[in-house]
Design a protein around this ligand. Structure first.
Ligand code: ZN
Length: 280
């Protein structure tokens, strides 16, 4: 990889989840500044501790760009009463994203429910409810980033399983100013249609998340690898995403209960900086 071109450091994005266990939001903001990282994704788990107004106050004057608020959604329930309350929750998350100046809100669809095992009707229901968020999102200027998750999450967190389905949904939603697609290497790397669907997505790609797939993974959700430690051709996917027209940040997002979350956050940030050049 000696001929790998140096990436623009300003396009490194750092997700709060990488250090979620060890640092409060204030420590996270201070740490990003200390390490000269200019763009972040804020996590709702931590946002709730303070509320969006207080986090917006913490961010003010720091110069930190908030790429996104992660995550909201899980609106696949077949029960109309439950649906009303989870949709309200998503609308609150859209407002919170606007309050902290986030460019987008990560949207996770929700999985198949034992009360309705039809994937087709589950996806149809989610798409209809997403369409119902259009006016709310448009009024705030927050983009809703549809994030496909790996099909292993189809039964728990997301019936939106591929970039292809996300493209189909964007076609149906017909509101390109409101809806985009978040591409996460960990979720999409296995997909034989990926080259074609990334090219089709083009400017819809509004976020690019990066983590590696460990050969000896111990937990399919919470044992993501640091870029370079696993099996994904991350530079290859980055080149496809960027060839499609994406010019935004390369966001490192490593859920790692057994390894990176246990480490000193300053060490984690140092490794992310190094891997940004060597493995992305
Ligand atoms: Zn992601």
């Amino acid at each position: 990889m000696a001929d790998k071109p140096k990436l623009d450091e300003r396009l490194l994005g750092f997700h709060q989840v990488n250090v979620l266990q060890k640092w409060t939001t204030q420590q996270f903001i201070d740490g990003m500044q200390r390490h000269g990282i200019g763009a972040v994704a804020i996590w709702r788990d931590r946002l709730r501790e303070h509320g969006a107004t207080e986090v917006a106050r913490m961010l003010r004057g720091t110069g930190l760009q908030v790429l996104s608020l992660c995550a909201a959604g899980l609106i696949a329930t077949p029960d109309p009463g439950e649906a009303a309350s989870v949709i309200d929750e998503v609308k609150r998350a859209i407002d919170d994203a606007a309050t902290i100046g986030a460019g987008s809100l990560m949207f996770v669809a929700g999985g198949v429910d034992p009360r309705d095992k039809s994937l087709e009707s589950t996806r149809k229901r989610v798409l209809e409810r997403v369409a119902g968020l259009t006016a709310c999102a448009r009024a705030t200027g927050v983009r809703i980033a549809l994030e496909p998750l790996h099909p292993m999450a189809c039964g728990s967190r997301s019936v939106l399983s591929t970039v292809g389905i996300a493209n189909d949904w964007c076609d149906a939603l017909d509101a390109e100013d409101v809806f985009g697609i978040a591409v996460d290497t960990y979720a999409v790397w296995w997909d034989p249609d990926l080259p074609r669907e990334l090219a089709r997505a083009g400017k819809r790609i509004c976020n690019f998340h990066i983590a590696d797939w460990l050969a000896d993974t111990q937990d399919l959700r919470l044992d993501r690898g640091m870029p370079g430690d696993g099996l994904i051709d991350i530079p290859g996917i980055r080149r496809m995403v960027e060839a499609a027209g994406y010019v935004g940040h390369r966001e490192v997002e490593v859920f790692s209960a057994r390894n990176w979350w246990q480490r000193d956050p300053d060490e984690v940030i140092g490794v992310v900086r190094e891997r940004y050049q060597s493995a992305i």
